[in-house]
Design a protein around this ligand. Sequence first.
Ligand code: PXP
Length: 238
Amino acid sequence: MTTLGVNIDHIANVRQARKTVEPDPVQFAFLAELGGADSITVHLREDRRHIQDRDVFLLKETIKTKLNLEMAATEEMLGIARKLRPQYVTLVPEKREEVTTEGGLDLKSNLKYLKNFVENLKDSNIEVSAFIDPICEQIGYAKEIGFDFIELHTGKYAELSGHDQYKELQKIIESTYTANDLGLVVNAGHGLNYNNVKEIASINNMNELNIGHSIVARALAVGLERSVREMKSLINLT
Ligand code: PXP
């Protein structure tokens, strides 16, 4: 069965827009779990634009499922991960100017550094995943480096349509099979939504899908009417 990892970065985005205390991603992780989330994913970015250090440590203490910490392969993040000890770390490329993670990791050019980095995480009993594009060459390197999981980048699939989207889907399917043959567990994510998720979820042996933006967007759509109604009734009481 394919499981669902809910990425709650966008809850923190709304909080950071005002640099206040609400909405609190810790509270929303609890709600995501109530809804059936199998794991909670957060990306602690170098610039701390959404998730903060306090969030990851509180989440680790309070969630009932598993914490997947997305992070760049930097010494600062290694220190935090070793202190935090989340169940999983997903290594992602990070650029300060990007709006969201734009592409997969380039494993080839960082082979030696990443081998050492992954080993350090595994020494702390953390399972490690690599966010990569669905390219067979990258999967071979993921195995060589010692990753337990890979997360296939579905961003391109999500952006395309028609035959081009079909071709990208075939790449994701082939990559999943290649990785499985090498003994790697396969997750996928980025840009998945209520319209395009089924094809990815039905790939054989797809372990977990990490989804954030579309779930948070949907939460606003299904929750806004009630939140306005509640405010209106408070105003009418005065
Ligand atoms: N997986 C990774 C590695 C990501 O960086 C992100 C975005 O933070 C996601 C999954 C979730 O993407 P989306 O918010 O588009 O669902």
